[in-house]
Write a protein that binds this ligand. Sequence first.
Ligand code: DX5
Ligand code: ZN
Length: 217
Amino acid sequence: MKIAPSILSADFANLQHEVAQVEQAGAQYLHLDVMDGHFVPNLSFGVPIIKALRPHSKMIFDCHLMVSHPEDYITQLASAGADIIGVHYEATAHIYRLLQLIHKVGCKAEVVLNPGTPLGVLQELYSELDAVLIMTVNPGFGGQKFIPEILDKIERLAHLKKERGLLFEIEVDGGIDDQTIALCHEKGATVAVAGSFIFGGTSPKAQVEVLRKVAGD
Ligand code: DX5
Ligand code: ZN
């Protein structure tokens, strides 16, 4: 599995240092949670922070948009250096158009599903999908408890992917630690986002190494 540290739980006064630590530990993705206080009841950071971090890292910038009107931010995010843009199915009336737009600006397109959103909504989207992010908590905050019922959803998605011979990544986000990462890996997830587990302790580097040991590529 690829490890995607989420800087939501990092020390915002020391971002450059925190990012360097997880990169040195072998994390392939950097997960960037953009929240607007509307789609989710929390504010985090926006495009300027992503742009500021870009020259300091070679990791894949995986931007998770938790905003209303995500279409307004796609072009800006691409110019700021996003590699993958994840948009919530629940945040737009025009998901297909949004995925096309993400591809048009040269990024990889990911659809994010809240815990209560069924997999069936992906049915007509597979041709436009590079990745699916399955939320394993309700979006909006770091440090929440993993919802075990979602394991079945991951397994069903992995099955669907295999059945159709598709190649999209299956990313999981929320409550990922050294235990839950193994459960998700077993069910077929290929990318694990982790915020508080990595940045909540004293050494982000050591924590990435723990996750890599349990379920790394
Ligand atoms: C929550 C965010 C997550 C968050 C995960 O809405 O999408 O990426 O940072 O945090 P942990 O790993 O602490 O659950
Ligand atoms: Zn996220």
